[in-house]
Write a new protein. Structure first.
Length: 430
């Protein structure tokens, strides 16, 4: 599989010919709504086995092999080339596929209202073959230690059909917001904790959850120790039932990082207590903030490298957004919120506005600008095949457990194709 960035004047027919594939395969893989209208700068996934490389000035089989992680002897053999003959510039070389690595994947799915929409069910069906875990979001704490659950609809049967483990997400959400007060009440009352754990285990047995995932956010700093003690108690009871336990952690870069989101999250303790953690490595660019990449590769790496100093790589799942934002300019703090949009919607917006997609190689993220019908300037940052491949490369480089997506329901077909290309997805039920 290969990623191709559309240049000015290119057509799907020409691209298909260059990679010895068919137009209909490109359309299907990338879900292109109008094959006659490509966007300059648009990243396409080319659904072929292995990839092609066109020789550049100064290239040798040895330098190409080093760059692409393949033996120069293998390159020569596959492409029927002599080691003594110089490579002509522009020669197309075939590069065999690299071995996949084992990894776990998770995706949160957030039903709204009283039932799961058909669109969300469809996206869950599509993603489930590529998932280790499917995580309905969320079971909300109540002040009496009980839980208010989300609508599930067919989600359990979708997970079961594709061998995805159901993850039970428990949060301190109250009235649509994470509540420090609610979290503190539960974490400092043994009776309420026991009632909560009884309820969690009852629901887990009833529904078929195999991982219990705690996402307690914006806890008071003074409850750091109480949260750790609760997790130890929860881990003992949860593991006794044969289940996994995991947590979501705010994206910290040091143990004493200040701020309400960070201070109660103890990376070292979580690494010791739970089976794995999900690092929320996204929302640098967020709806209420200034325009920037949602998950720029540099800050993501910094968070993961700190986490690696506190816990083994085998316990770390990198968080990844499945969305971007469209900001109206100029950005005014406290002003208009950015609009969330899927990667597919971002490409269609660039096409409709007749603007080229740019790529920031420092952030490893695509972006573009446009002017709307009211004459207002906009900035869009989103994800594409290049940005997601950069994250997959980071996972492999650092030997992480895998990746966790927030959230399903925002179309990004290239992501799932690249998952299959890069990873052998772990399935616990098999």
């Amino acid at each position: 599989m290969q990623i191709h960035v559309v240049n000015q004047g290119e057509s799907l027919f020409g691209i298909a010919q260059a990679y010895s594939t068919r137009v209909e395969d490109l359309v299907r893989a990338n879900e292109i709504p109008d094959p006659s209208r490509l966007v300059v700068g648009q990243a396409l996934v080319i659904p072929i086995v292995g990839m092609f490389y066109w020789v550049r000035p100064g290239d040798s089989l040895y330098s190409i092999g080093q760059r692409l992680g393949v033996s120069y002897l293998q390159l020569a053999q596959i492409n029927q080339l002599s080691l003594e003959t110089p490579l002509p510039v522009g020669l197309r070389l075939y590069i065999p596929p690299r071995p996949r690595v084992r990894a776990e994947t998770n995706a949160y799915v957030e039903p709204r209202g009283t039932e799961v929409s058909e669109a969300l069910l469809q996206d869950s069906r599509r993603a489930a073959p590529y998932l280790t875990y499917l995580a309905p979001f969320s079971y909300e704490l109540q002040r009496d230690g009980s839980l208010k659950g989300p609508p599930l609809g067919e989600l359990p049967s979708i997970a079961a059909a594709q061998g995805a483990t159901l993850m039970m997400v428990v949060t301190n959400l109250e009235g649509g917001q994470f509540s420090a007060e609610l979290g503190s009440i539960i974490l400092n009352d043994e009776e309420l904790q026991n009632r909560l754990l009884d309820e969690i285990l009852r629901i887990a047995r009833e529904v078929g959850y195999r991982d219990i995932h705690f996402d307690f956010e914006f806890l008071p700093p003074e409850d750091r120790g109480a949260y750790n003690r609760f997790l130890r108690k929860a881990a003992e009871r949860i593991r006794a039932e044969g289940y996994l336990i995991s947590t979501a952690l705010a994206p910290k870069t040091r143990a004493d990082q200040p701020g309400q989101w960070y201070e109660a999250h103890d990376y070292r303790a979580h690494g010791e207590i739970v089976d794995f953690v999900v690092l929320m490595t996204y929302e640098w660019g967020y709806s209420g903030g200034p325009p920037m990449a949602v998950s720029p590769i540099g800050p993501v790496r910094q968070v993961i490298e700190y986490a690696l100093s506190e816990m083994p790589a085998s316990k770390i799942m990198m968080g990844q957004n499945l969305y971007g934002y469209d900001w109206t300019l100029p950005y005014v703090p406290g002003g208009e919120y950015a609009r969330a949009l899927s990667p597919q919607a971002a490409i269609e917006l660039a096409r409709d506005q007749n603007v080229a997609i740019q790529y920031d190689f420092t952030a490893q993220a695509p972006h573009f600008d446009y002017i709307d019908e009211q004459g207002r300037a906009h900035k869009v940052w989103f994800e594409d095949a290049r940005s997601i491949q950069a994250k997959f490369n980071l996972i492999k480089e650092l030997g992480l457990r895998g990746i966790s997506y927030w959230k399903l329901g925002l179309p990004f077909p290239q992501n799932w194709l690249l998952i299959a290309e890069n990873f052998e997805v772990v399935k616990h039920s098999q």
